[in-house]
Design a protein around this ligand. Structure first.
Ligand SMILES: *Cc1c(COP(=O)(O)O)cnc(C)c1O
Length: 240
């Protein structure tokens, strides 16, 4: 596809996603700035990712850290870009990822949380993370079992040096092939879990990262503050 057409299409897609997120936010009677859109750029190369930024998307999500490193080496992203790591993160990929100051949504083990605390402490780099909850209960899915989260959070909060890493909330994905009603139930359970954790630990957990291209409207209805949207943004741009 020629470059100009690709840019036009990306800009249209971005606007349409912004409009739909806005409509879902209004329908949920929530403040218009209460939901952030994270553009999941894992489907496209560095140049197309940069074109998405130029279309207005400043929050970028990648599920593989190596891809983030590679893209950042290939093109120069503007300073206002905030990266988000949203896929399973191996501890040995952490060191090279920290310079990008990512939000890490996919903290799916206590060992990974410890490793992040260690790196962040050495670098004296405040780091924001979300705990990923396996809300669908499917054993092949990543994420912490809901009942495992409170003790992990309590142990994290009890260590004074750990406050360099702020747990800001929860991340969840609806199970494979769930219809929108079961997705809604899973998002509601995630929010309830978050509410209980706040009550029991006394710590604010304002962020709920949930909802993707197919289910962001129900996620917003159930309280999502970050929606991770990929394929909707690249319709007509991919495979063209
Ligand atoms: C790919 C991906 C998304 C985006 O999914 P789409 O359905 O393409 O919008 C969101 N979250 C995670 C963790 C992903 O890996």
């Amino acid at each position: 596809m020629i470059e100009d057409q690709m840019r036009t299409r990306l800009a249209e897609n971005w606007k349409s996603v912004v409009d739909d997120v806005q409509a879902a936010t209004t329908a949920a009677k929530r403040p218009s700035d209460s939901v952030q859109i994270i553009g999941v750029s894992k489907y496209v190369d560095a140049e197309t990712t940069l074109a998405l930024v130029e279309a207005g998307c400043h929050q970028l999500g990648e599920n593989r850290p190596q891809v983030l490193w590679k893209k950042a080496a290939e093109v120069e992203f503007p300073d206002q870009v905030q990266w988000h790591l949203i896929g399973h993160l191996q501890r040995n990929k952490l060191r090279r990822s920290m310079p990008f100051r990512p939000w890490i949504h996919s903290v799916d083990s206590e060992r990974l949380l410890h490793a992040i605390v260690e790196e962040a402490s050495v670098l004296k780099q405040p780091t924001e993370v979300l705990l990923e909850v396996n809300i669908s209960g499917e054993p092949d899915k990543t994420g912490l079992m809901p009942e495992a989260i409170e003790p992990i959070l309590e142990r994290h909060l009890a260590e004074p040096g750990n406050d360099v890493v702020k747990v800001r909330g929860l991340m969840a994905m609806a199970g494979w092939g769930t219809d929108s009603e079961s997705a809604r139930r899973q998002f509601a359970e995630t929010r309830q879990l978050r509410d209980e954790l706040q009550l029991h630990t006394g710590v604010a957990l304002p962020e709920l990262s949930m909802g993707m291209s197919g289910d962001f409207a129900v996620a917003i209805a159930e309280g999502a503050t970050m929606v991770r949207i990929g394929s909707r943004l690249f319709e007509g741009v991919l495979n063209a």
